[in-house]
Ligand binder design. Structure first.
Ligand SMILES: Cc1cc2nc3c(=O)[nH]c(=O)nc-3n(C[C@H](O)[C@H](O)[C@H](O)COP(=O)(O)O)c2cc1C
Length: 459
């Protein structure tokens, strides 16, 4: 009897009826193959564990999605911050800081959390801040606080110094509260269920007419913006073409793509360390492909860029029954960008409550900003203007909507501990112009005249 059979394991059972030297050779082969198989399986299991195949949405970076409701109504304004940080933000940069007082809350832009050449005028940073504001307004109602929103007006300008050298955080908006009846909106209830969905949508299932009307009704609540919805036809085809062209332009621009890639968090360790940025889990891949992408070695950048262009064209646009464009009078006006964010967050929450999936697809507007920064003619701006058909309006956020085929998962969030500044909110937004002056950004001309409260008299 050979040593091999002495230590026989169940998977090395001789085949029935096997005997003699031939059977011995087969046994040895099977034992070795079994060992190799086990090693490979163990290695794969370890790699799967190590790359986070089994830990989607788990760990401290995802806790804010579980604990956002805080300790109930007694928690007051901090509960607003917990809801605010669950909002959408460009590249999951979470560009927010907060000052919290008993009857007011300041929202500040964190100057370091900026996409540089991908968002040269910080327009998308401000749209993101507006998204957080919307969640906070909804959470205020749930806390029995009636919020009044003030926006810091002024033009968004390119940082004077080279990216990312900017100084102090800037107050961009302020919420003042007065006690009121508790108002728990249906939108508040879905704050933790809203996630950007980048997977294929059900190509054959259109968005119902009633939902389109409801989208338009939501948009009409804010006269500062306009919503354009496109299902099919030449304007939709033009939108798809421009979006693919813009994606190609981003990957061909080394500064843009580098600024974008810097925010991607590809391993569980990076996610735990940064608690921000897009992750592989948020790519919208079906489960097997997701596991494979996580476990395989990181592909060459050129390959991932080609895959992004292909996914944009062949998956995201090809399966989207509806695309939309949020247009405003002046995308580079700070309060306008904030308002667009409030609306976008509200629209997503509303869609979430209806079982719809959504994804911003804003490459065209990002490249238009880049063209503006580099002072070059913008073919994309001309193309988008043609789609909008009214030169009083300019796009600030484009998106797609439809019914999901793959459930979207939460993306990481930083906890509020590191985001709430120690000092109390200023007594008025007026102080913000001093902060703006110190921050290294071009002071907007309007700021010289003092701070105006939106829809109110200049002070
Ligand atoms: C102003 C803005 C622009 C965005 N642009 C894009 C985009 O072009 N493509 C995309 O896939 N997601 C885009 N997003 C979605 C963010 O990447 C997403 O909100 C972020 O990763 C956090 O994930 P969550 O929305 O699932 O919480 C954008 C979000 C905002 C607020």
């Amino acid at each position: 009897m050979t040593q091999e059979t002495d230590n026989q394991e169940p998977w090395q059972e001789p085949w029935p009826g096997a005997a003699g030297p031939e059977a011995d050779t087969r046994r040895i082969f099977l034992k070795r193959a079994g060992g190799v198989f086990l090693l490979a399986a163990g290695g794969l299991a370890w790699r799967a564990y190590d790359t986070g195949v089994f830990s989607v949405g788990q760990g401290a970076a995802y806790e804010p999605w579980q604990t956002w409701r805080g300790e109930g109504p007694s928690e007051g304004p901090l509960a607003l911050v917990r809801a605010g940080v669950l909002a959408a933000s460009v590249h999951n940069t979470q560009p927010w800081l907060f000052r919290v007082g008993p009857d007011s809350l300041e929202l500040l832009a964190d100057p370091g959390r900026h996409l540089g050449p991908m968002d040269p005028f910080r327009r998308e940073q401000h749209v993101s801040l507006g998204c957080a504001l919307e969640n906070m307004v909804l959470a205020a109602g749930a806390q029995g606080l009636k919020p009044e929103v003030e926006f810091l007006p002024g033009k968004l300008a390119e940082p004077r110094a080279e990216f990312p050298t900017v100084a102090a955080p800037e107050v961009v908006a302020r919420l003042r509260f007065t006690p009121s009846r508790r108002d728990i909106s249906g939108l508040y209830a879905v704050i933790s269920r809203r996630h950007t969905n980048r997977g294929p949508f059900m190509a054959g299932r259109g968005v119902p007419r009633g939902t389109l009307w409801a989208f338009n009704d939501l948009a009409r609540e804010d006269q500062s913006l306009r919503l354009v919805l496109l299902e099919d036809g030449p304007r939709r085809a033009a939108f798809d073409r421009l979006t693919v062209a813009a994606t190609e332009a981003v990957v061909a621009d080394p500064e843009m793509i580098q600024a974008s890639n810097a925010w991607f968090r590809l391993t569980p360790r990076e996610i735990e360390e940064h608690r921000d940025g897009p992750t592989i889990d948020s790519f919208g891949l079906p489960p097997l492909s997701l596991a494979a992408v996580k476990m395989l070695p990181k592909p060459e950048p050129e390959k991932t860029h080609r895959q992004w262009v292909a996914a944009t064209r062949d998956v995201q646009l090809a399966t989207a029954p509806l695309v939309g464009i949020i247009a405003v009078r002046d995308p580079y006006e700070r309060a306008t960008a904030l308002r667009a964010g409030l609306f976008w967050q509200r629209l997503q929450l509303w869609a979430t409550a209806q079982g719809l999936a959504m994804q911003p697809m804003n490459q065209v507007v990002q490249v238009i900003d880049r063209d503006r920064q580099l002072r070059r003619d913008s073919v994309l701006a001309a193309g988008l203007a043609e789609i909008l058909g009214d030169d009083r309006w300019q796009a600030t956020l484009a998106f797609r909507a439809g019914y999901p085929t793959v459930a979207a998962v939460p993306s990481p969030r930083r906890g509020i501990e590191s985001l709430v500044l120690k000092d109390a909110p200023a007594s008025s937004l007026r102080q913000a112009d001093q902060i703006a002056e110190q921050s290294g950004f071009e002071p907007a001309p309007e700021l010289g005249a003092g701070i105006a409260i939106e829809d109110g008299p200049a002070r």
